[in-house]
Design a binder for this molecule. Structure first.
Ligand code: GLP
Length: 249
């Protein structure tokens, strides 16, 4: 794991976007694993700018998203389908056929999870973008989820629903379940890029970096990934013992 500490959200977005852009230039038919949440929005804005300047193209890029809420429609403003379209896809030249987001259709959710899982094995991600939950979740792999999990339907943690209620009208409106790549799927990526900002992530980042590899902090599994880059701002890095702005082990 290598960790970069930078000043703030803008610098995290700059540095992470630079890595994604570099990889897209190196491999125009790259397979990207994408994430939602507030953390990657700055990266997506920079990717759109780079596309507009003709530095990168999404024409041959394939994308696989981490997760989706169960039981809300694609056109619901809080669905991750809607989010991805608004924040990235509608602004770039991606072929709609190359966009993959797990479906949260409650009627056939178990079947859909199996199908998505199969696709993930046939399309190893070159680069997987990740945020982190304040409870150490990645994707929607909540504390206690088995580290050997493949794509599955998860009951959301109370803390996650509270954290995400800021996007919904009230806590009651936050879905109770989600479909998510499992830890095993996330680990099946050649390179992982995790970003985190703000003090609310400091404990999760500390546990991810120094803690035992344990189901109570799903992100701790990343200690075992051979190529994992973490970019954090000063607040999220607050509990790390970083004498310089770079740490690797
Ligand atoms: C959600 C997503 C995660 C994301 C996390 C943090 O629950 N399922 O993929 O990393 O929240 O979100 P944010 O970046 O908004 O703090």
């Amino acid at each position: 794991m290598e960790i970069f500490k930078v000043k703030d959200y803008e610098q995290v977005s700059d540095k992470a976007a630079a890595i994604v852009i570099r990889e897209m230039i190196k491999k125009p038919n790259i397979i990207l694993g994408l994430a939602t949440g507030t953390s990657p929005i700055g990266i997506y804005q920079r990717l759109i700018e780079a596309y507009k300047k003709q530095i990168i193209s999404f024409q041959d890029v394939k994308t696989y998203n981490l997760d989706e809420y169960v039981g809300i429609d694609n056109d619901h403003p809080q669905s991750y389908y809607y989010f991805m379209n608004e924040q990235l896809f509608k602004h770039v030249d991606i072929n709609i056929k190359n966009i993959n987001i797990p479906s949260g259709d409650i009627n056939q959710i178990e079947e859909l999870a199996k199908e998505y899982n199969k696709k993930l094995y046939g399309n190893q991600r070159d680069l997987q973008l990740l945020g982190i939950g304040s409870n150490g979740h990645i994707g929607f792999n909540e504390p206690g989820s088995e580290l050997g999990n493949e794509t599955f339907v998860v009951e959301l943690d109370k803390q996650t629903r509270i954290d995400n209620s800021r996007f919904f009208g009230s806590l009651d409106e936050v879905p109770t379940h989600a479909i998510t790549m499992g830890i095993k799927n996330i680990m099946y990526s050649k390179h992982i890029l995790l970003i985190a900002t703000g003090e609310s992530k400091a404990q999760a980042i500390y546990d991810m970096v120094y803690g035992p590899v344990d189901e109570s902090v799903p992100a701790s599994i990343l200690q075992l990934h051979p190529n994992c880059t973490v970019i954090v701002d000063e607040d999220a890095a607050k509990l790390l013992n970083m004498k310089t702005d770079y740490l690797t082990f």
